[in-house]
Design a protein around this ligand. Structure first.
Ligand code: ZN
Length: 69
């Protein structure tokens, strides 16, 4: 995973920073509780492709939500 590319990526839902988890090959948004898969080194930044994380994996609040759906 390219570190520079990684630094540019944000969650498509909340625009928050993502956490790269090497072990699972996922980019996690701890605010939305979604883990985006990385396929062939390409992050798949689609909410419908993301895995819903367990409640204890995510943070309780979302930052900067401005009323988008
Ligand atoms: Zn998010």
């Amino acid at each position: 995973m390219d570190k520079q590319l990684l630094a540019m990526l944000v969650c498509p839902l909340c625009k928050g920073k993502l956490k790269y988890v090497r072990e699972s090959g996922e980019l996690q948004c701890l605010y939305d509780g979604l883990a985006y898969p990385i396929k062939d080194d390409i992050p798949v930044m689609l909410p419908e492709e993301a895995r819903a994380m367990d409640a204890d994996e995510k943070l309780p609040t979302s930052p900067g939500r401005t009323g988008e759906i």
